[in-house]
Design a protein around this ligand. Structure first.
Ligand SMILES: NC(=O)c1ccc[n+]([C@@H]2O[C@H](COP(=O)([O-])OP(=O)(O)OC[C@H]3O[C@@H](n4cnc5c(N)ncnc54)[C@H](OP(=O)(O)O)[C@@H]3O)[C@@H](O)[C@H]2O)c1
Length: 365
């Protein structure tokens, strides 16, 4: 049977450590977990069984393994120390018998996005970012439809537009909407991105604007946010009634206070997909049964295809890879899943409530 492994790591330290070590998660503070994670070896998490292609009937098997560092730790430590730990985790995957390795969350953000790790390992590597882009953009389109926001007339914003995932999401959305605001921290990178998008998406390109102020999301009905910020950067007062925010970032970009304070805004997690077959992860990473992050799914799709090659590595994600992996994933039976918001499923009634609240909020008093 063909095999894969996927590296996860603690994002919310207490919650995630509790999932594997309930006692440690209860006893240690967040800062202590951060500190001790430096000395922890890679951790075997679970076997993943039951993934079966709808196209070929092929079944694959995989493993979750954990790199113990938290995002904060990965940013604090020297890059080569972080690479060393990820590579050590990759060697563990090789010993388990994995034929391809997926890099989850921050292990794909740090440094050169998998290039150094791929060079050091015998098995190929993918960050999963191509399929993450495809699913995030599909989620925004679907959310717009459900919220009655006409795409062609909409203003959208991509926050973290100059990042690896953000730039391709922006490129794809530029072909969909009327106006697109590219938001990032560095003006010159944003201007270069704007010029690039204008060239590659002409003649059907949205009017593009660049901004270094996250507050400018107030002008957008559709927001895709995908920064590598360690703290939330989107807060309740920044959003217009009836808007949609698709949060692809892990840790999240959208503050938890938005869920409580803004019942007139739809916040969805980017990147959740249904996995074909009776998949059992033998580990609760916070999703309902048989659902995975798109980045995990990319590794699975490649194993189902028998494409044991470095697929998405480095910060330059190509649009053709995004389109290819979306096509392959659909063929094997992976689908954009229902929406989730802050760890909970979004129901049809909730969407209707958001729409009603938005109409009420927009009405002049
Ligand atoms: N949901 C999923 O399935 C999934 C899969 C893969 C990755 N991710 C997540 O996606 C996010 C981005 O990944 P990536 O590989 O695209 O990272 P990346 O290439 O490092 O890009 C991150 C972007 O965020 C910007 N940024 C960082 N801190 C910021 C802040 N405080 N305020 C505003 N912008 C800020 C960076 O700006 P500068 O250019 O100025 O540094 C950069 O444009 C990460 O959170 C990652 O964990 C999620």
């Amino acid at each position: 049977m063909d095999t894969f492994a996927f590296i996860i790591h603690p994002i919310d330290p207490k919650r995630d450590v509790s999932r594997k070590y309930p006692l440690l998660g209860r006893m240690l503070t967040e800062r202590q977990i951060d500190f001790f994670s430096t000395f922890f070896p890679p951790v075997y998490i679970s076997e993943i069984t039951g993934i079966v292609s709808q196209a070929s009937g092929k079944e694959i098997k995989g493993w979750f393994i954990a790199c113990p560092y938290t995002p904060r730790r990965m940013l604090e430590l020297p890059e080569r120390t972080v690479y060393r730990k990820i590579i050590e985790t990759g060697h563990f995957a090789e010993r388990l018998g994995a034929q391809i390795l997926g890099l989850g969350a921050y292990t794909s953000v740090i440094g050169d996005a998998g290039l150094t790790v791929a060079r050091a390992l015998e098995i190929p590597v993918t960050t999963g970012d191509s399929y993450t882009v495809a699913v995030a953009v599909e989620a925004v389109r679907e959310a717009a439809r459900r919220m009655d926001i006409p795409l062609r007339q909409a203003t959208a914003a991509v926050v973290g537009a100059t990042g690896a995932i953000g730039r391709v999401c922006a490129e794809l959305l530029a072909g969909d909407v009327a106006e697109l605001i590219l938001i990032g921290r560095r003006e010159e990178k944003l201007v270069a991105l704007r010029d690039h998008i204008q060239t590659v998406t002409a003649p059907r390109c949205a009017t593009l604007r660049v901004s270094t102020r996250v507050d400018d999301i107030a002008e957008a009905q559709l927001i895709l946010t995908v920064t590598s910020a360690v703290q939330a950067i989107i807060h309740p007062e920044q959003l217009q009634p009836g808007s949609v925010v698709c949060d692809v970032a892990r840790p999240r970009d959208v503050a938890a206070t938005v869920a409580a304070a803004r019942q007139d805004v739809l916040v969805i997690d980017g990147g959740m997909v249904d996995v074909p077959g009776e998949v059992d992860f033998h580990f609760d990473f916070g999703f309902p049964p048989r659902k995975a992050y798109a980045c995990m799914a990319e590794t699975m799709v490649l194993a189902l295809e028998g494409r044991f090659e470095d697929y998405t590595v480095g910060k330059e994600i190509s649009r053709s890879r995004v389109e290819e992996i979306a096509r392959l994933a659909a063929r094997h039976g992976f689908r954009l899943s229902g929406f989730r918001s802050f760890e909970r499923a979004v129901t049809e009634e909730q969407i209707e409530r958001v729409r009603q609240n938005a109409r009420r909020a927009a009405r002049p008093s």
